[in-house]
Design a protein around this ligand. Structure first.
Ligand code: MG
Ligand code: MG
Length: 249
C-alpha cells in the first residue's frame, strides 16, 4: 500500500513541475501516465467506470472528477485539483492536491490552506478504537468555522486491492458515530471544500462535478493506515514540497 501511494506522491511531485500558465490539463495527464508507467505501475483511474484518462483535473469551480482536455489551458490565478491513483503490485494508491497556477488571490489561497489543514486534522482523529464520525467531524467543524462549506455528495473511502472499499469516509458527521476504526484499516480522507455554498452540479459529461454558485472548490487527499500507535500517512506531499517554493500552499 505504501509503495503504491508513494508513487502517487512522486507523480504529483512530477506534475508540480508542470503546473504553469499555458499548459493544458491533457498535457498534465500525459505527464502523469508516462511517469506512472515508467515506474512499473498502472494508472488506477484510466478506464475506471469508463473514465477516459489517468488523472482527474478540476479547475476553479470544478470540485472533482474533471476530465483532462486539450481545451482546458491553465491560466495565471487558476487553481487546479489533481487527483491521481496507481495500481502497483496489486495494491492501489490514491491522493489529491490542489495547486495554484502562478499567483492566486489571497482569498483562494486561504481556502486551500484551510482545506489542507482540515485533512491533517481528520488524519489526527483517525485513531484505533475511535469512530469514523470523529474524523468526519474534525474536517467539517474546522472548515465551517472558517465559513467554508463541505460537499455532501462525494466522500472518502476505504482502499486496498480495490480503489473504493468500505467504509465511506464523509467529510461531515458527528463525533462518536459511525463505523469503528481498527488498526490495519486503510482509508482515504479527502475533504472537498467550497468557498461558497455546499451545493454541487453534476455536468453532462458524466464526470465533472462543479459548485452550483461557480465559486472555487479545493480538494486534498491522503491515504492512511490506522495503526496501534496512531495514523500513518501512506501517500506523501513531500515530493510536491520539493518542487514548490516555500510560500506556496
Ligand atoms: Mg483520489
Ligand atoms: Mg479517493
Amino acid at each position: 500500500m505504501r509503495e503504491a501511494n508513494q508513487l502517487v506522491g512522486k507523480t504529483l511531485g512530477e506534475l508540480a513541475k508542470h503546473v504553469k500558465p499555458g499548459i493544458s490539463t491533457l498535457q498534465l495527464d500525459k505527464v502523469a501516465e508516462e511517469f506512472i508507467r515508467d515506474n512499473g505501475a498502472v494508472p488506477a483511474f484510466l478506464g475506471y467506470g469508463g473514465f477516459p484518462n489517468s488523472i482527474c483535473t478540476s479547475v476553479n469551480e470544478q470540485v472533482v472528477h474533471g476530465i483532462p482536455s486539450s481545451k482546458a489551458i491553465l491560466k495565471e490565478g487558476d487553481i487546479v485539483s489533481i487527483d491521481c491513483g496507481t495500481v502497483l503490485n496489486g495494491f492501489v494508491g490514491d491522493s489529491a492536491y490542489t495547486f495554484c497556477v502562478g499567483e492566486v488571490a489571497d482569498s483562494v489561497k486561504q481556502l486551500l490552506k484551510v482545506t489542507k489543514d482540515a485533512l491533517y486534522l481528520g488524519i489526527k482523529a483517525a485513531l484505533d478504537g475511535r469512530r469514523l464520525g470523529d474524523v468526519s467531524n474534525a474536517v467539517q467543524s474546522y472548515c465551517e468555522s472558517h465559513n467554508y462549506s463541505v460537499v455532501r455528495e462525494l466522500v472518502g473511502h476505504g482502499i486496498g486491492r480495490k480503489m473504493h472499499e468500505e467504509p465511506e469516509v464523509p467529510n461531515y458527521g458527528r463525533r462518536g458515530c459511525g463505523p469503528l476504526l481498527k488498526s490495519g484499516m486503510c482509508i482515504c480522507i479527502e475533504p472537498m471544500i467550497n468557498m461558497g455554498s455546499k451545493n454541487v452540479v453534476f455536468e453532462k459529461d458524466g464526470w465533472t462535478v462543479r459548485t452550483k454558485d461557480r465559486k472555487c472548490s479545493a480538494h486534498f487527499e491522503h491515504c492512511i493506515a490506522i495503526r496501534p500507535d496512531g495514523p500513518q500517512i501512506l501517500s506523501s506531499f513531500d515530493y510536491i514540497k520539493e518542487v514548490l517554493d516555500s510560500n506556496a500552499i
